[in-house]
Design a protein around this ligand. Structure first.
Ligand SMILES: Nc1ncnc2c1ncn2[C@@H]1O[C@H](COP(=O)(O)OP(=O)(O)O)[C@@H](O)[C@H]1O
Ligand code: SF4
Ligand SMILES: [Mg+2]
Length: 343
């Protein structure tokens, strides 16, 4: 099923996050705005440290105590059409929201299963906290475990250490869907597993999405994975979304020089291209980020204005947005490069 652009599930409006660190204030996410639609999979891409995890933790209000969140709101639309601002939730409202409206499968999740309780008890506990009885939870879990292609009866009886990494990851995926949330947030869910396991998790995710029709925010450092799973791709740089649009637009008609660099540095996407170009320099210090376009010190397209004034986020062709002064030159090069790289 394709996603429904007329139905916004989550509207993130000018969201910023800072961390108070010893050296100063880290501006980890800056003025992030986007809409997540029903049934849409949004992939967040960008180098390590650009704020992907921070943004996701802010969306479920699970940031560490040193973090400060500000903005115009994170508006969630319930199935019945009611709307609420997650940033204004009480702790109790937040607990109710988690799992039943929005759930998450995290980076390093392989270790996040409690080692001393069986999968079945984890299922019952999670369900009970949301007012769902044991029988109903059991029934739902069996079905979900089957959908993630595990042996339901056996897995329910198991302790985490009795399952392989890939099986545990699929258990977490199943549990994340137990309360039928509209949104699942996945932070590098396939990072710690081998390529075959990654393959099977992606297949399972795609099938579940077809059957249950939830929206996904997906973080992956693997751009080929993002290309395969996403409807929409957002590129983050130094805490900002610098480009966002339909996956084919962002990957094949890139409009921000940073996205282009990122793709040119990705081995599996650049196969066949003459050269694999690594991005010069390193991501900026977020305590004292560069002026103007934060990418200007590393950008081959940069001109004077880039270091002086931040480029505005401009919308192209209706759904594609980018904040880059050289978008036309970037686009021209993107079209040439991807043509070479296409299999
Ligand atoms: N608890 C924290 N305290 C201070 N700085 C942090 C903390 N967590 C993350 N950061 C900083 O915030 C920035 C964004 O980090 P993160 O969201 O983890 O990026 P990503 O997930 O894209 O790798 C980085 O500069 C990182 O060092
Ligand atoms: S605005 Fe300028 S520095 Fe920034 S990505 Fe575009 S060309 Fe490069
Ligand atoms: Mg991260």
């Amino acid at each position: 099923m394709t996603y429904d652009r007329n139905h916004v599930v989550l509207s993130v409006r000018d969201l910023s996050v800072t961390y108070q660190a010893e050296r100063g204030r880290v501006r980890a996410a800056s003025h992030v705005s986007f809409d997540l639609h029903a049934g849409e999979t949004l992939a967040l891409i960008g180098e390590s440290g650009c704020g992907k995890t921070t943004l996701n933790l802010a969306l479920i209000r699970q940031l560490p105590k040193t973090a400060r969140t500000s903005g115009d709101g994170v508006i969630y639309t319930y199935r019945d059409g009611r709307q609420a601002d997650i940033l204004k939730f009480s702790d109790r409202e937040m607990r109710r929201y988690l799992w039943s409206e929005c759930s998450m499968v995290f980076q390093g999740a392989l270790n996040s299963l409690n080692p001393i309780i069986r999968v079945s008890d984890m299922v019952y506990d999670t369900a009970k906290a949301h007012g769902i009885g044991r029988d109903e939870a059991h029934k739902r879990a069996l079905r979900l475990l089957e959908q993630v292609r595990l042996d339901p009866a056996r897995v329910m009886r198991s302790y985490p250490h009795e399952l392989s990494g890939g099986m545990r990851q699929r258990v977490l995926l199943a549990v994340s869907l137990l309360l039928r949330p509209q949104i699942v947030i996945m932070d590098e869910p396939t990072t710690a597993v081998d390529i075959l396991t990654q393959r099977s998790i992606l297949d399972v995710l795609k099938q579940l999405r077809e059957e249950l029709n939830f929206s996904v925010i997906f973080i992956s450092h693997d751009l080929a994975v993002a290309a395969e799973i996403a409807d929409t791709v957002a590129t983050m740089y130094a805490g900002e979304i610098v480009e966002i649009g339909p996956v084919n637009e962002v990957f094949y008609r890139s409009r921000h020089a940073y996205t282009l660099s990122l793709l040119n540095a990705a081995p599996r996407l650049s196969a066949g291209a003459e050269t694999l170009e690594s991005i010069p320099g390193k991501p900026p210090d977020l305590i004292d980020p560069p002026s103007g376009c934060k990418f200007h010190e590393r950008c081959a397209f940069a001109r004077e204005v880039c270091s002086q004034t931040p480029p505005p986020l401009i919308t192209y062709d209706d759904e594609h947005q980018a904040s880059c002064y050289e978008t036309e030159r970037v686009l021209a090069q993107s079209e040439v490069t991807r043509k070479v790289a296409a299999p």
